[in-house]
Design a binder for this molecule. Sequence first.
Ligand SMILES: C[S@@+](CC[C@H](N)C(=O)[O-])C[C@H]1O[C@@H](n2cnc3c(N)ncnc32)[C@H](O)[C@@H]1O
Length: 169
Amino acid sequence: MDFLFINRAGFNGMIRFNKKGGHNVPFCKKPNRFAKAYVTKIVNQVDNIQKIINNSDYTFINQSFQDTIKMADKEDIIYCDPPYIDRYVDYYNGWNKDDENTLNKLLSHFEGKFILSTWHSNKYRENEYLKTIWKNFNLLTKEHFYHLGGSENNRNAMLEALILNYKSL
Ligand SMILES: C[S@@+](CC[C@H](N)C(=O)[O-])C[C@H]1O[C@@H](n2cnc3c(N)ncnc32)[C@H](O)[C@@H]1O
């Protein structure tokens, strides 16, 4: 819940810590960011999410995608939201070609439904994997403008992709 609070409270939804572990997202040009009414609004939203989680049967498991996919059977729907391949997003340990190929192999053999989110293209480049290892699946795209990012140069239009192994409505 603390995590959700800082996600909702930070400038542009950013969560960032310095090397000493201190939270260092700036107020920017909004000194009222932590005005009482705004904090109350965020606390109420987070409280709402907590109630939903407490009243439902969710299990959160921290493990590799290989282990998670192996736990699913054909009645399940798998939604995968891995780091975007070739986007150089600095997640801990990264996400490389081998990970993308392994994910492709496991999902290709999965007998239930799966949905995978990835990127399609931006004005500079295309996701080459859509034309190779993912080409036999269904593809949906939607344009999205990234508002999240420390500098304005990092906030660009992107065509997002969903890859599915079934026909959506
Ligand atoms: C795009 S984020 C997912 C965000 C998530 N859907 C959400 O709404 O918060 C990609 C996630 O994949 C995780 N990840 C990276 N490598 C992984 C692996 N080998 N197995 C499982 N998860 C991995 C990263 O830690 C990161 O949290």
